[in-house]
Design a protein around this ligand. Sequence first.
Ligand SMILES: Nc1ncnc2c1ncn2[C@@H]1O[C@H](COP(=O)(O)OP(=O)(O)OP(=O)(O)O)[C@@H](O)[C@H]1O
Length: 241
Amino acid sequence: MKQQLVLSVEGYTKAFSLHEQGTVIPSAKDVDLQVYSASLTALVGPTGAGKSSILKGIYRTYLATSGQLFYTMQSGQQVDLVQADEHLILTLRRNEIGFVTQFLHFLPRQSTELVVAQPLIQRGRPVEEALAVARDMLAAMNLPRRLWSISPATFSGGEKQRVNLARGLVARPRLLLLDEPTASLDPITCERVIRQIEELKKEGIAMLAIFHQPELVKRIADRVVELEPPLNGQTQLEDIA
Ligand SMILES: Nc1ncnc2c1ncn2[C@@H]1O[C@H](COP(=O)(O)OP(=O)(O)OP(=O)(O)O)[C@@H](O)[C@H]1O
């Protein structure tokens, strides 16, 4: 399958100004990277290097301090995710860009299968059909059947991670962001996730994923972007004013 450029990150920089403390926390600094369809770009580097901050910038949970995030939409039109208006960002989140984070967001008393089916329902799939896809994915993620009809509120970290993955994977976005997708999984489930990632590649999906395990990166990454260690210390706000 021909790989096409889906996302080009150019000079992405993020720093957090903590005005009350009068300091600036540097995060990602001048990062360039590309993500192509039908492939996985791995983001590696030490703790605090800004890996999660880059994913959050692409998903627009964070606003970049500087730099550009050129995303090529399904329509072929290119948009800078730093500048795009809120409405477009919400549309892209619903239809094109998915994010599997370390945290599971869900409404109280919502069943696990409904949490997973949600991205499909939001796109207009009939509820029963969406639930059937969700159940298949929960089975693929090795989540015990007895947990499907209850809320994930009381789930263990590994169980929540499986629900998160199932939700991200059913959506089949064009660009999938994965923040340590296998971090709290047992080896069998980890293998299943790897199989799913291979499947996503075959379907043409572009992925940008943070990993801490070098052997995993070697196995599934098509490109590797290594971030520099974070700068030492903090900058006083007046130093950069
Ligand atoms: N909302 C925030 N407010 C202030 N500082 C933040 C915020 N989010 C991240 N940071 C800081 O930015 C730096 C980079 O954080 P980030 O989570 O992106 O690192 P990371 O490379 O993903 O680390 P890890 O491998 O430990 O997950 C850290 O020093 C962190 O404390």
